[in-house]
Design a protein around this ligand. Structure first.
Ligand SMILES: [Mg+2]
Length: 316
């Protein structure tokens, strides 16, 4: 007997573009609801609670969507990261995302802007340089979580680099430069591996994965040189140090597992992964097909409604 089907559905470029439904998507979602087919919406979108995104989806497509059916880029943080950093200081990158992080349970999360206000001389282009940097020796930042693209990329890069190189206390020494055997103690979590996304502009737009490259390059340059300032790669004199970071979001394993658990929650009690055939539906081979490959029960599927999307823009 064929196992029941379930769907993990991409949103941007698949169901809609910049919030406007793609032809056929409304009818497809209504059909899934009428038939009672388990489905979740899985996107590398960000910046809100799942319940808020569900409300927007309901309005856009005219169907009932609950927060339990939504997997955002940062949804997997609700388990792993919250469990480990619940009461630790966490620096959050992404405009307006610190409140979301606190609602997730990261009780001491601060946004880049909030953190910068209390460490005013770290980014003098925005604030007075006269203010003293607060000494956090006994209360260092333990993790940097990039929820979404930085509101001010320059400020975010500077503050993240300060926190990383000093192991959480920018008032203290840059231990990762001073001692090449020292360990990176601040964990870094990214929530979207995509380099670009498809907007209304003719060409792809930069997103989080591109900004990650910037931080990695600066980190590696800073820690590979004995100079007190950051040097260009050709002057490296030390063994190379790479930024240690984790990534969630499509197509990572943690995001695949999160989507699967939400699908199983819609199935009758006792249903397991082996009892259902899960299809991923999307327009981006590097996110949606790759997500399907993270789990043996996920398969990529191109539905008729997707044929109107321009796949070639992702494959150039
Ligand atoms: Mg897409």
């Amino acid at each position: 007997m064929t196992p029941p089907h379930a769907f993990v559905i991409d949103i941007d470029g698949c169901l809609s573009r910049e919030g406007v439904p793609i032809e056929g998507s409304v009818e497809a979602l209504r059909k899934l609801q009428e038939l009672g087919v388990p489905h979740v919406f899985c996107t590398n979108g960000w910046g809100s609670l799942e319940s808020d995104r569900a409300e927007r989806l309901s309005r856009t497509f005219g169907v009932d969507v609950s927060g339990d059916q939504v997997v955002l880029s940062h949804t997997p943080l609700r388990t792993e990261v919250v469990r480990r950093f619940r009461d630790s200081r966490v620096l959050v990158v992404g405009e307006g995302c610190a409140p979301v992080a606190r609602q997730y349970g990261l009780n001491r999360a601060e946004g880049v802007r909030e953190y910068g206000e209390r460490h005013a001389s770290l980014f003098p282009r925005r604030r007075s340089t006269a203010a003293k940097v607060q000494d956090d020796e006994n209360n260092p930042v333990r993790a940097i979580v990039v929820f979404e693209d930085a509101e001010d990329l320059g400020e975010a890069l500077q503050l993240c680099l300060d926190v990383l190189l000093t192991n959480g206390n920018p008032c203290g020494p840059r231990v990762l430069i001073k001692d090449e055997d020292s360990e990176q103690k601040v964990e870094v979590w990214f929530t979207n591996p995509d380099l670009t996304y498809a907007g209304l502009a003719r060409h792809p737009r930069l997103t989080q994965g591109s900004y990650r490259l910037c931080l990695e390059t600066l980190f590696e340059s800073a820690t590979s040189s004995t100079s007190t300032s950051y040097s260009v790669p050709s002057t490296r004199t030390r063994k190379e140090r790479r930024l240690k970071a984790m990534t969630v979001g499509k197509p990572t394993r943690l995001t695949g597992e999160t989507a699967l658990s939400k699908l199983l929650a819609q199935c009758p009690d006792g249903t397991t992964q082996d009892d259902i055939t899960v299809y991923t539906v999307g327009d981006n081979p590097y996110a949606d097909v790759a997500l399907a490959n993270t789990s043996k029960s996920l398969r990529f599927c191109v539905l008729q409604l997707l044929l109107c999307t321009d796949h070639t823009r992702y494959i150039q």
